[in-house]
Design a protein around this ligand. Sequence first.
Ligand code: HEC
Length: 192
Amino acid sequence: MRKMTFGLIALYAAGMTAVVCARGATDGPEYQGSALLRPSNYREWIFLSSGLGMTYGPLVRAESAPQFFSNVFVNPSAYRSFMKTGRWPDKTVLLLEVRASESEASINKGGRFQTRSAGLEAHVKDSRFGGDGWAFFDLSHGEKAEPLAGKDAAPCVECHTTHAAVDTTFVQFYPTLLDVARVKRTVRAEGK
Ligand code: HEC
């Protein structure tokens, strides 16, 4: 009996290890049906850059005084691939986290610091989407989101396709990536 219990525990432990390894091996997009799940650990991903008060898009359009930060993160495997090739691989997940900002609190006298989350958008490259492989998502309001389509996706596609430096992504604003893209000659529309 005792032997059997040990046997079962060993089997269970081996199974758990396999599950953990399988999950750890991939940091790409996870879906429920066609909906993208909000990555729970994106704050442990690679930080590309942040912009302050950048006015161009839907989430940061507020013309009134409050200035928003935009923080951009990417899944580590896609980042490693980009650093080698200057291109995004299949299963790239880029996130744009928008945060409100404040000034003159605590010991702060000038400049601005980040506060509450004000939105989360995703730009994902996955062969499942067909076309150029990219899709946009608004993850601001829940744990999952369907790919934006029709008139919801149109402004995202239009601006990113026209102005983004590398493969519809705004690498011109992510300094460490821009250096690599220049060397690999994958820059398409720098500064447009
Ligand atoms: C008018 C131009 C414009 C429009 C429209 C726009 N974006 Fe962007 N987007 C940008 C710029 C500029 C950046 C650079 C990041 C920053 O703000 O620091 C960016 C960055 C991003 C990123 C980070 C990864 C990347 O591709 O560089 C995501 C995710 C993103 N946008 C999602 C969206 C979604 C979703 C929509 C539509 C709802 C959208 N964007 C519409 C200009 C635009």
